[in-house]
Design a protein around this ligand. Sequence first.
Ligand code: THU
Length: 137
Amino acid sequence: MDEQLIEAALAVRDKAYAPYSHFLVGAALRTKNGCLFTGVNVENASYGLTICAERAAIFQAVAAGEREFSSMAIAVDAPLPAAPCGACRQVMAEFGFEEIILCTTDKQVKTFSLADLLPEAFVKENLPGGDRNEKNK
Ligand code: THU
């Protein structure tokens, strides 16, 4: 279990901008080469523009040049761990995540594979050109 990833997700959660839902979410991902990136949910007065913590972390990592990810920890302050929304699962599938670790501020931890959370994902291989859609080829 990647304890450092869990601690990073819990720590960054405090930075979430959630003045409407008051539901603060922290996410931390591990790249295949061992780097760590974090993200938080950022809400907006125009509610639909909200971005989830998971996608914020992925976009941050992609902007830093990373594209190969292995795991993500997602932290919430709730009675039970919260699984990522469908949109975030689809974005995770784009980048080949394997392990998704859900945790709460009172240290409940639950782990899933992305394949459990999003079976039969729609991926680049489903598009015409298949593999050639990868990595700005
Ligand atoms: N949220 C996330 O950040 N990740 C999820 O997977 C589910 C929901 C955020 C979006 C919104 O700011 C708040 O939680 C309530 O839905």
